[in-house]
Design a protein around this ligand. Structure first.
Ligand SMILES: [Zn+2]
Length: 623
């Protein structure tokens, strides 16, 4: 290489390095994400369920935009009479049973919002007392659960600013997810408890009011000190930095304890590469640690009650098995610890931990599997839950279903159509809603649940039918590899499956997640050795057709969907492709036909299987 060229080359290198360092999280394909570093110090009054905190937030603007405003979530303001959450609860057709009281008769029920009945000392709140940007006061306004901040100076692309805040909080009576004295009598379930910067991404500000469900957080690091009555044990996100000063089961027994003096202990936690920080506290927690050989330490916190002991002990080795399963089938668990905490009101996933209720008389291990699986599909692969809840709830349901089948039921852990029933029900009832709907704004909770959990998990189950089981396994691993610690979007899982399988899947993402089209194929006729199939539903699919001949032998045919530009790996006889627009398709076989069946695996979500089978003697079976 000549010297002149070298100079030019190194100059261009310097320029491109300078651009990179200015905006280091902008990747070559244009992807960027914001970054937060929180330092919080919080003093807790366990009698009043109140706390006072300071928060230093170093915010890095990796976006290409200058920001003139920022928004914080003040989630606990939702638990006040007259809030949006209260209003929604009073108007939805099928309210969450945990959030209401029922009176009256079966014929004339009186349903009341529990939020509407909260007294001032039972409500939740987050009050911001002061807020500074790089030492200067900024003006802000509270709008329900959102703090709207007008910045003193814009945050330029690539710049870091420091926000300093003083805040007061009150933990509400336990109505949903967080709260005091839960059904299991856990004192403090502290989820969504601090003023939290909303996400700003390629779609703009994600400052969704807290109405019912789903979250989106900014990736970053947390350094949190919690000062609380010394009798309380805390479980939560992060690693405890001062175990010998705290004890409570965290200490290294081989080293001397050096417990802090005074009525309170200052618990110092750090968590890295997370997008939330959650904790729970109780003065009667049992704290067990299950050490995995090739995995993180599993911490279990449960109320010291006789009824809890059997299940909460049994849960520990099973949780370790699930941890191994997800680590092998999706990707390695990236932190040193994971905590299963009896808290909350059902099951809810958080960074490095989960709140699960129950586990007394009835096992809650299935819930633990589900919430643990969310570590991958939300706390490592953080899709926007509000906009695409089918991704986190669906993929979590899919993988935890496989793990449960294998670990809890001794099955093969193969994808199955067992869970399709709920989907067929909402289709039949005509209450299905489009998966592109914001999680808060589905008409009915049922439509949200079936859409996100069932139809979302069917996206994966059915993908086994479309691209083959091995390709789906590889897709999950590649998705983890390419999108860990990012905010993947629906197109990312589709592109991953395309790259793995070599097949085109735009039609699948569109039909399944952006329309209410349904699948219905049928055997239209069999004339001698000629079989005619028909597409009755709007949604196209590739076809697996099993033909049983008069001599008792069988042959499976695969009819690729032309739009896929290929077919899955298969032992079937691959014949000419079928286009979407042609409603029928005919092909001939070499021997006399006894029976024809579309999709014997039943993984294709055909809403009417009555027309999928033809038998020669009975003619076409239809019901
Ligand atoms: Zn879930």
């Amino acid at each position: 290489m000549k010297k002149v060229l070298l100079v030019a080359f190194s100059l261009s290198l310097m320029i491109s390095c300078a651009q990179n360092s200015k905006n280091s999280n902008v990747s070559s394909n244009g992807y960027w994400q914001q970054h937060v570093d929180y330092t919080m110090d919080v003093d807790v009054d366990v009698e009043k369920f109140q706390y006072k905190g300071t928060q230093k937030l170093v915010y890095t603007n990796n976006s290409p935009d200058a920001l003139t405003n920022v928004y914080y979530h003040l989630y606990y303001n939702a638990f006040q009479p007259g809030s949006e959450m209260d209003a929604r609860l009073q108007s939805i057709a099928d309210p969450d049973g945990r959030m209401i009281t029922r009176h009256g008769t079966k014929e004339a029920p009186i349903v009341k919002s529990r939020i509407a009945a909260l007294k001032p000392n039972e409500i939740g709140y987050l009050k911001v007392n002061s807020l500074k940007q790089n030492g200067k006061d900024v003006s802000y306004e509270v709008a329900g659960t959102i703090l709207e901040v007008k910045l003193a100076e814009p945050i330029q692309p690539g710049a870091k600013v420091t926000f300093e805040m003083n805040f007061d909080g009150q933990l509400p009576a336990h109505i949903r997810r967080s709260g005091r004295n839960s059904r299991d009598d856990i004192a403090m379930s502290m989820a969504q408890w601090y003023p939290k910067m909303a996400e700003y991404d390629f779609e703009g500000w994600q400052a969704h009011p807290y109405i019912a469900r789903e979250f989106q957080g900014v990736w970053g690091n947390y350094d949190v000190t919690l000062r609380i009555d010394k009798n309380y044990t805390i479980g939560g996100t992060g690693n405890l930095q001062n175990p010998q000063e705290i004890g409570h089961g965290y200490e290294d027994a081989s080293k001397p304890l050096n417990i802090q003096e005074g009525e309170k202990l200052a618990w110092h936690f750090k968590a890295e590469r997370v997008h939330d920080f959650t904790w729970a506290a109780d003065d009667e927690y049992i704290h067990d640690i299950y050490k995995m050989e090739n995995g993180p330490d599993l911490h279990f916190f449960y109320k010291d009650r006789e009824v809890n002991k059997a299940n909460w002990t049994k849960n520990q080795a099973l949780t370790a098995k699930a941890m191994e399963y997800f680590s092998e089938n999706v990707g390695p668990y990236p932190w040193k610890q994971y905590s299963v905490i009896q808290a909350g009101d059902g099951g809810m996933e958080y960074a490095m931990c989960t709140f699960v209720a129950g586990g007394g008389k009835r096992s809650n291990v299935g819930t633990i599997f589900h919430e643990l699986a969310h570590t991958w599909f939300q706390h490592i692969l953080a899709n926007n839950e509000s906009k695409h809840s089918w991704m986190d709830e669906g993929f979590t349901s899919y993988i935890s279903g496989l793990a449960s089948s294998k670990i809890l039921r001794g099955g093969e852990g193969k994808p199955s159509a067992r869970s399709y029933r709920g989907y067929f029900y909402v289709v039949k009832e005509g209450i299905e809603e489009n998966l592109t709907t914001h999680a808060d704004r589905f008409d009915r909770n049922t439509a949200f649940s079936v859409g996100s959990y069932t139809k979302g998990s069917m996206f994966m189950t059915q993908l086994n039918y479309i691209i083959g089981e091995e390709n789906v396994q590889k897709t999950l691993k590649k998705y983890y590899k390419d999108f860990s610690f990012k905010h993947p979007v629906p197109n990312d899982i589709k592109r991953t499956a395309e790259k793995v399988s070599g097949l085109q899947l735009d039609w699948y993402l569109n039909e399944w997640t952006q329309t209410l089209h349904t699948i219905d194929y049928g055997v239209k006729s069999v004339n001698g050795k000629e079989i005619t199939l028909e597409r009755i539903g709007k949604m196209p699919m590739p076809m697996d057709v099993t033909v049983t001949y008069a001599d008792g032998s069988t042959e499976v045919f695969n009819i690729p969907l032309r739009m896929m530009r290929g077919n899955k790996p298969t032992d079937a006889t691959v014949i000419k492709d079928w286009t979407w627009a042609h409603p029928t398709y005919s092909f001939s076989v070499s021997k006399d036909i006894k029976k024809v069946e579309i999709d014997s695996s039943q993984l294709m979500a055909d809403i009417d299987r009555g027309n999928n089978v033809f038998e020669a003697l009975n003619k076409k079976i239809k019901n």
